[in-house]
Design a protein around this ligand. Structure first.
Ligand code: G1P
Length: 297
C-alpha cells in the first residue's frame, strides 16, 4: 500500500509581474477571487484531500500571506463584541493549527523545481503534494482529492492533466503517453514548455502533483532546463523509468489560469455565478451584458 500523503508544498515565491502594479505591494496569492484570496482556494482543496501539513515556499515581500493565516486578535474581539458570529465563523478557515504551516524562503527565483526543493527537509522521505495556487479548479470533488484516490490505486508520481489548444502547448509541461484509458495515462515522456511545433501531444500538466521522495532527490542535481530554470517537470520526467513511474490524471473539473488576467476574470465570473448569495443579482447583470453585446454585434 502507498504511504498516505499528508504534506503539501505551495510555491508562492513568484513576483506576480503579470499583475503589476497591484502586485507591487500585495502578493498575487492574496488577490481576491470573489471574497477569498487565491491561496485560500488552494488550502481548502488541500484540506479536503487530507493534507495536514502546509509548506509555503515564499520570498521577500510575502508577509501578507503569513498574516493571513495568523490570528487577528483585534478584528476577532471587535466582531465578538458586535455579536457577528457569522463573520467569526468565516475567519475560521483562515486559522491553522499550531505548527501546521511552515514558511521557507526561496532566496533566488531559480525555477519551480528549485522552489519545491527548498521544502526538502520538511518533506523528508515521504510522498508529498504540490499545489500551484495560480491554477484554480472548480469541481464537485476537489482535484487533489481525485488525485489522491488515483494515487491510492497506482502509487507513484501523478500529475494533473488537461488537453489544451495546440497553439498553447508551449506554455505548459506537456506529456507523451504510452497508455491512455481516457482518464488515466501512463507517461512515457514530459517536456517543459516545448517549442512551437515540437510538443509530443496537447495533454498539459496542470498545477497539482503527487510526488515521490525520488523526485525530490532528482532535484538535488540542480539541472537547468527550459528558460534556464530548474524545472519540476524535468525531475519528474527523470522518474518515468524509475521504480514507481509517472501517471497523468485527466481530472474532472474546470481549470482557470489565475496567473493571467483573462483567466482571473473568467474565474471571477464563474465563481461569482456559482455563489448562491450572488447568482441572482450578478447573473442578471451578466445576462444583460451578454444581450447588449449580442445586439451590438
Ligand atoms: C508551471 C509548470 C508547467 C505546468 C504549469 C501549469 O508552469 O512548470 O509544467 O504546465 O505550471 O500551470 P508556469 O505556469 O509556472 O510557467
Amino acid at each position: 500500500m502507498s504511504r498516505k500523503v499528508t504534506k503539501a508544498i505551495f510555491p508562492v515565491a513568484g513576483l506576480g509581474t503579470r499583475f503589476l502594479p497591484a502586485t507591487k505591494s500585495i502578493p498575487k496569492e492574496i488577490m481576491t477571487l470573489v471574497d477569498r484570496p487565491l491561496i485560500q482556494y488552494a488550502i481548502d482543496e488541500a484540506r479536503a484531500a487530507g493534507i495536514t501539513e502546509f509548506i509555503f515556499v515564499t520570498s521577500r515581500g510575502k508577509s501578507a500571506l503569513e498574516d493571513y493565516f495568523d490570528l487577528a486578535p483585534e478584528l476577532e474581539t471587535a466582531l465578538r463584541q458586535k455579536g457577528k458570529d457569522d463573520m467569526l465563523e468565516m475567519l475560521e478557515s483562515t486559522n491553522m493549527a499550531d505548527g501546521a504551516i511552515a514558511y521557507i524562503r526561496q532566496h533566488m527565483a531559480l525555477g519551480l523545481g528549485h522552489a519545491v526543493w527548498c521544502g526538502r527537509r520538511l518533506i523528508g522521505d515521504e510522498p508529498f503534494a504540490v499545489i500551484l495556487p495560480d491554477d484554480v479548479i472548480a469541481s464537485d470533488k476537489p482535484c487533489l482529492q481525485q488525485m489522491i484516490e488515483a494515487y491510492e490505486e497506482t502509487g507513484g508520481n501523478i500529475v494533473a492533466a488537461m488537453e489544451v489548444p495546440e497553439e498553447k502547448a508551449s506554455s505548459y509541461g506537456i506529456l507523451a503517453t504510452s497508455e491512455d484509458n481516457g482518464v488515466r495515462v501512463k507517461v512515457k515522456g514530459m517536456v517543459e514548455k516545448p517549442e512551437k511545433g515540437t510538443a509530443p501531444s496537447n495533454l498539459a500538466v496542470i498545477g497539482r502533483y503527487i510526488l515521490t521522495p525520488a523526485v525530490m532527490n532528482r532535484l538535488n542535481d540542480m539541472k537547468k532546463g527550459a528558460g534556464g530554470e530548474i524545472q519540476l517537470t524535468d525531475a519528474i520526467a527523470a522518474e518515468i523509468d524509475g521504480k514507481d513511474g509517472v501517471y497523468g490524471l485527466r481530472f474532472k473539473g474546470q481549470r482557470f489560469d489565475c496567473g493571467s488576467k483573462a483567466g482571473f476574470l473568467q474565474a471571477t465570473v464563474a465563481f461569482g455565478l456559482s455563489r448562491p448569495d450572488l447568482q441572482d443579482e450578478f447573473g442578471e447583470y451578466i445576462d444583460a451584458l451578454a444581450a447588449s453585446r449580442a445586439d451590438a454585434s
